[in-house]
Design a protein around this ligand. Structure first.
Ligand SMILES: *[C@@H]1O[C@H](CO)[C@@H](O)[C@H](O)[C@H]1NC(C)=O
Ligand SMILES: *[C@@H]1O[C@H](CO)[C@@H](O)[C@H](O)[C@H]1NC(C)=O
Ligand SMILES: *[C@@H]1O[C@H](CO)[C@@H](O)[C@H](O)[C@H]1NC(C)=O
Ligand SMILES: *[C@@H]1O[C@H](CO)[C@@H](O)[C@H](O)[C@H]1NC(C)=O
Ligand SMILES: *[C@@H]1O[C@H](CO)[C@@H](O)[C@H](O)[C@H]1NC(C)=O
Ligand SMILES: *[C@@H]1O[C@H](CO)[C@@H](O)[C@H](O)[C@H]1NC(C)=O
Length: 489
């Protein structure tokens, strides 16, 4: 009895992954960040991923609730150890084995989570970190990789999502190398990656190039322009992506690893918080990038060589740090509430029929009420109250060049009040503002300006730290469904 159940569950997993393999020839994944006041409950997003056949997900930590929500789905998951754990992982010999046990081993049971990668750190060599993680990144990475091997998880491999400014800013892609100050550490990482067969992972952002340098030709950021080509020997680069990718190929070659596979850990375009961060630009960039990656044509230095890429990102994060810029909260394909921002065909470039991205079904909104300014009262203290609201919510859509920048002073104040009110879970006291605020059931959104309606905060299910186990009746149902599917495909 017990034996046959084990056999049965093994078979179940095998047949499940075979099926998923059929569905997902795609090389595309998404980054899923959760820096939100009331993050979309993971179950809703997992359903959305499945409906859109998105089969690769990259996380920025290893939150139990998020990771376990993907149990039994076959979705390939990258869990991550954030930068603030690097020191401990590098110096405490128990830290990496403990990390792997809690954040990987726990999920790898039959019917569990298809964890494939562990990201160690996130852009740890970014110049703005001024080298604080440079000495701990490699030891932490090596300790995690060793802990994975020791725990018997040879199918799970460690990588490091690097930032593009790990490379020199050479005038031509072919002249690019890794920055000399990081070379020792990068060589150590490359040797381990080569030994495990894991790829070099880099995040590429043509948008940031444009944001940081107004001279950067906008059409070079996209994939259909040729007004500003870069001539590198006999190669002509017509888009920033190919040039950056081949810069990395050159840097890897110079370091002695000309064939190291490359994964794009993050790529995307934001929709708000900057004049170039608009919905048409984001749609254009992401769609053209999807076409580019999925046709498998590769780049001039690696022609016809497919690579994987993770779009940044799945969903907006309304409390993400805006130190790099107000656009940081607006990278999502979905707004924070799971609504699709623009049509996107994730099947473009493949043989599969074209599709349109669909959002979260029935987002768990709080009641349909908003907080707005009552313009008929004494407005003496308006400025302070708006400032207070904005300092404790998200007012980036009001900034110059943003989606709500056109609002007049009254609507502008309303936007701020409402944002705070929703962040406070529609607590009536949070719409007082010294008598300036009033609650309304009319959606004050206008044009491009979308007033938010908050999501119900989710309390994680009790007993959340125990394993997910498929009981026999669930297994049987899935078995029957899968068998039917297998017969008809
Ligand atoms: C998902 O994959 C299934 C099976 O290949 C296909 O029938 C369906 O149209 C796809 N849906 C989307 C949105 O890609
Ligand atoms: C598991 O991962 C999360 C996110 O990286 C971290 O906060 C937690 O401390 C890890 N657990 C252990 C035992 O290291
Ligand atoms: C990293 O190590 C080098 C060489 O040992 C040392 O000079 C440097 O100060 C260290 N950096 C940090 C941030 O600890
Ligand atoms: C990479 O690993 C392979 C074996 O897997 C080895 O033959 C090759 O020399 C390694 N490359 C470098 C540059 O170390
Ligand atoms: C404005 O704020 C001050 C200080 O909090 C308060 O004393 C005053 O009554 C407020 N005025 C109005 C019209 O609400
Ligand atoms: C709108 O609100 C923002 C944020 O408080 C403020 O910086 C801006 O000046 C306001 N604009 C108008 C027209 O009142």
């Amino acid at each position: 009895m017990i034996k046959s159940k084990v056999w049965f569950e093994k078979w179940l997993v095998v047949c499940f992954f075979v099926l998923c393999g059929k569905v997902s020839r795609s090389t595309l994944g998404v980054n899923w960040g959760t820096n939100s006041i009331n993050p979309m409950p993971p179950g809703y997003l997992v359903k959305m991923l499945q409906q859109n056949n998105i089969t690769k997900v990259k996380l920025f930590d290893a939150d139990y609730h998020v990771v376990s929500s993907m149990a039994g789905t076959g979705i390939e998951v990258m869990v991550a150890a954030p930068n603030d754990m690097l020191y401990n992982l590098a110096t405490d010999p128990n830290a990496a084995p403990d990390w792997v046990k809690e954040n990987v081993t726990q999920f790898l049971f039959n019917g569990g989570v298809n964890i494939r990668w562990v990201a160690v750190g996130n852009e740890p060599f970014l110049s703005s970190y001024e080298g604080i993680y440079v000495n701990t990144t490699f030891p932490a990475f090596q300790n995690i990789q060793n802990a994975l091997i020791q725990a018997g998880h040879s199918e799970v491999r460690a990588i490091i999502p690097f930032n593009a400014d790990i490379m020199t800013d050479a005038p031509l892609p072919s002249q690019t190398t890794f920055k000399p100050e990081f070379l020792t550490q990068v060589m150590q990482v490359l040797n381990v990656l080569n030994s495990t067969g894991a790829p070099f992972s880099v995040n590429l952002y043509p948008f940031i190039s444009k944001y940081q340098n107004p001279e950067f030709p906008l059409d070079f950021a996209f994939f259909d322009g040729s007004a500003s080509p870069v001539h590198d020997g006999s190669i002509v680069y017509e888009n920033s992506f190919d040039a950056s990718y081949d810069s990395l190929v050159s840097a890897l070659s110079a370091a002695g690893f000309p064939n190291m596979p490359i994964v794009i850990g993050e790529i995307g375009w934001p929709t708000d918080g900057n004049v170039y961060a608009t919905i048409p630009n984001a749609q254009k960039f992401n769609q053209e990038f999807i076409n580019h990656v999925q046709t498998g044509l590769g780049t001039p230095l690696r022609p016809n060589m497919p690579f994987e890429a993770y779009l940044f990102s799945l969903i907006d994060e309304d409390i993400k740090s805006i130190l790099p810029g107000p656009f940081e909260r607006h990278w999502g394909l979905l707004y924070f509430d799971g609504v699709v921002k623009y049509p996107l065909d994730l099947s473009a470039g493949t043989n599969a029929p074209s599709t349109t991205l669909t959002g979260v079904q029935y987002p768990p909104y709080m009641s349909h009420q908003y907080c707005v300014l009552n313009p008929n009262v004494d407005l003496t203290n308006l400025t302070e109250n708006v400032a207070y609201a904005c300092s404790r919510s998200d007012c980036t859509p009001l900034y110059t060049g943003s989606s709500c920048a056109f609002l007049d002073a009254v609507d502008n104040a309303s936007y701020a009040f409402n944002s705070y009110f929703q962040f406070q879970n529609q607590n009536p006291a949070a719409c007082n503002f010294q008598g300036l605020g009033e609650v309304t059931t009319q959606d004050p959104s206008q044009g491009t300006c979308r007033f938010i309606l908050g999501l119900i905060a989710e309390t994680p299910p009790s007993g959340a730290r125990s394993r997910y186990v498929l009981n026999l009746s669930t297994s049987l149902t899935i078995f029957v469904l899968l068998s039917i599917l297998l017969i008809f495909t």
